[in-house]
Each structure stands twice: as structure tokens, then as C-alpha cells.
Design a binder for this molecule. Structure first.
Ligand code: T3D
Length: 270
């Protein structure tokens, strides 16, 4: 009889540095691919960060040489059910949909620090984040077509909006590896930085965002996303409504006072 080790490393590491909460996917031997256990830790960690007024920015990254290779294809969740096919739709609805929605509605900015290969749902999880910084050695792969699936975790919605239909379909249909530099060039991500500068760049970006007005940043994301389904004037109306609410909040008064006093503002709204 073999005994199972109980001291396996946690598949998610959560660290805090001031207002920066870093969530590190931690299954490096399987390129941080998603198991049910990892899902069971990541969503609650995001909920906790969302509820914590001290958290001003979330950084999502991966341990080892990969960011995330999407669904762990060896996870029991992928096992055939009752002798038939695995219930992939159920896995997507149960885990990836709530995860993608949580990331897209966080009350603080979310940075994807893509340290290495991001494939399948791992790539699209990164693209769900507000700002994607990738190391030059990283890459993005819409791996789904290689195993007979469609892009999930928001991929079909995000890809055409980020890079247009031509690139979206080519990336999704071929499943080709897109190097980080090319991903930045076509607008899939914000920035590609040299590996040696990656950690410093991520840290600096997070520290900068942590000092910014989180509520206004989250509102900005919401307006930008909702504007894709609005006419121009409806977009103007939405901006006015949002500005009206923000204009009575602490951060606006603080921002203006700090400008007049020639000092750095201290934003606290969430
Ligand atoms: O239920 C559902 O499926 C619904 C949800 C779907 C969402 C999805 O994400 S579907 C897409 C799933 N992901 C993939 O198909 C990607 C599979 N991985 C790869 O194609 C390659 O690993 C990469 C291109 C990402 C990286 O290639 P490379 O050569 O740098 O590394 P590698 O040698 O292939 O992988 C290193 C190890 O990680 C290896 O393990 P080993 O042989 O050393 O013990 C490999 O098996 C493991 N690994 C990589 N990706 C996965 C994985 N293990 C399980 N699941 C993976 N997705």
C-alpha cells in the first residue's frame, strides 16, 4: 500500500506587499495548468482581495518557467463521465466563467505578469486582466483548436476586441505560438519587457497603480467594456453618470486638493 504525501506545495501562493496582492499559480511542473484544487483556491483569493479595502492592486503570475498552460488535461475533472466523454461544458461553466467574471469586475486593477508560456485558458485568463506585462521569453497560445475545442475563459469575446477579427481568428484557428514581442506589437498585450527587467517592471507598475484612485480605475474598465455595445451618445451619457458619482467621492476631492497643495494625493476609495 502506498501512502500519499500530504506536504505537496500549495497550488496557489498569496503574498501582500503594502497594497499589492500577488497571486502566484504554483504548479510549475505542469506549467501551472488548472486543477479543480487550484480553481478552489484562486477564486476565493480573488474574492478576498476584492473585499479587503487595503488591497489596491492584484498581480497574477506563475511560478517557474510558465504562466499557465490552461486546463490540466490530466486532472480528474477531465476524466470521462460514466464511460462517456468528460463534461467540458460543465468545467467551463463551473470554473472558468466565474473566474473570468471575477477578474473583469475586481474593484481594483489586475495586472497579469506573464512570466512564461500562457496557453489555452491560461492565455485568456491573462487577457482578462487590465494590464498585461509579459517577459520577452513568454508566449501566448490559443491551444484550444489543437484539442478540438473553442477559445474559452473569455477568448472569443476578448480576442477580436483586442486585435481585430483577422488576428483573432488566425490565432484561434492555428493555435500558433505568439511570442510576447509580437503580442505587444499587435496590441494583444500592453508591454513586453526583457526578462532581466521583468520583475522590476511588474513591481513598479503595481506600486504605481496601488497609489492611484482604484474606484475610478475600476469605473474606467467598466465604461470601456460597456462602450463596446453602446452608441457614441450613449457612451457620453454613461461617462456623465459615472463622473457624477465619482465627483462626489473622496478621491476626487483629494485629487483636486492635492493638485492645489502641490502634494501627492492619498486615494482611498474602492
Ligand atoms: O475541461 C476542459 O478542458 C475545459 C477547459 C478548457 C480550457 C483549456 O485551457 S483547454 C487547453 C488546455 N491546454 C493545452 O492544451 C496546452 C497543453 N500544453 C502544451 O501545449 C505545451 O505544454 C505548451 C505549448 C504550453 C508548452 O510546451 P513546452 O514544450 O514548453 O512544455 P511541455 O514539455 O509540453 O510541458 C511541460 C510539462 O507540463 C509536461 O509535463 P512532463 O512531461 O514534464 O511531466 C507537460 O505534460 C505539462 N503540461 C503542460 N501543459 C499541460 C501539462 N499538463 C497537464 N495539462 C496541461 N495543459
Amino acid at each position: 500500500m502506498t501512502s500519499l504525501s500530504t506536504d505537496a506545495p500549495a497550488p496557489l501562493l498569496v503574498t501582500r506587499d503594502g497594497g499589492v496582492c500577488t497571486l502566484t499559480l504554483n504548479r510549475p511542473s505542469a506549467l501551472n495548468s488548472f486543477t479543480v484544487e487550484m480553481h478552489g483556491l484562486l477564486l476565493p483569493a480573488l474574492e478576498q482581495a476584492a473585499a479587503d479595502p487595503e488591497v489596491r492592486v492584484v498581480v497574477l503570475t506563475g511560478a517557474g518557467r510558465g504562466f499557465c498552460a490552461g486546463q490540466d488535461l490530466n486532472d480528474p475533472a477531465m476524466a470521462p463521465k460514466d464511460g462517456g466523454a468528460p463534461d467540458v461544458g460543465d468545467v467551463v461553466a463551473r470554473y472558468y466563467r466565474p473566474l473570468a467574471n471575477r477578474v473583469r469586475t475586481m474593484p481594483v486593477p489586475v495586472i497579469a505578469a506573464v512570466n512564461g508560456v500562457a496557453a489555452g485558458a491560461g492565455a485568456n485568463l491573462a487577457l482578462c486582466c487590465d494590464i498585461v506585462v509579459a517577459a520577452r521569453s513568454a508566449s501566448f497560445i490559443q491551444a484550444f483548436s489543437k484539442i478540438g475545442l473553442v477559445p474559452d475563459c473569455g477568448g472569443t469575446w476578448l480576442l477580436p476586441r483586442l486585435v481585430g477579427r483577422a488576428h483573432a481568428l488566425a490565432l484561434a484557428m492555428t493555435g500558433d505560438k505568439l511570442p510576447a514581442e509580437e503580442a505587444a506589437r499587435i496590441g494583444l498585450i500592453w508591454r513586453c519587457v526583457d526578462d532581466a527587467a521583468f520583475a522590476t517592471e511588474v513591481q513598479a507598475t503595481a506600486a504605481r497603480l496601488a497609489k492611484m484612485p482604484a474606484r475610478a480605475l475600476a469605473e474606467t474598465r467598466r465604461l470601456v467594456d460597456e462602450a463596446t455595445t453602446l452608441g457614441f451618445d450613449a457612451g457620453l451619457v454613461a461617462e456623465a453618470q459615472s463622473q457624477g458619482a465619482l465627483g462626489t467621492a473622496h478621491d476626487f476631492a483629494e485629487g483636486v486638493a492635492a493638485f492645489r497643495d502641490k502634494r501627492a494625493p492619498v486615494f482611498t476609495d474602492r
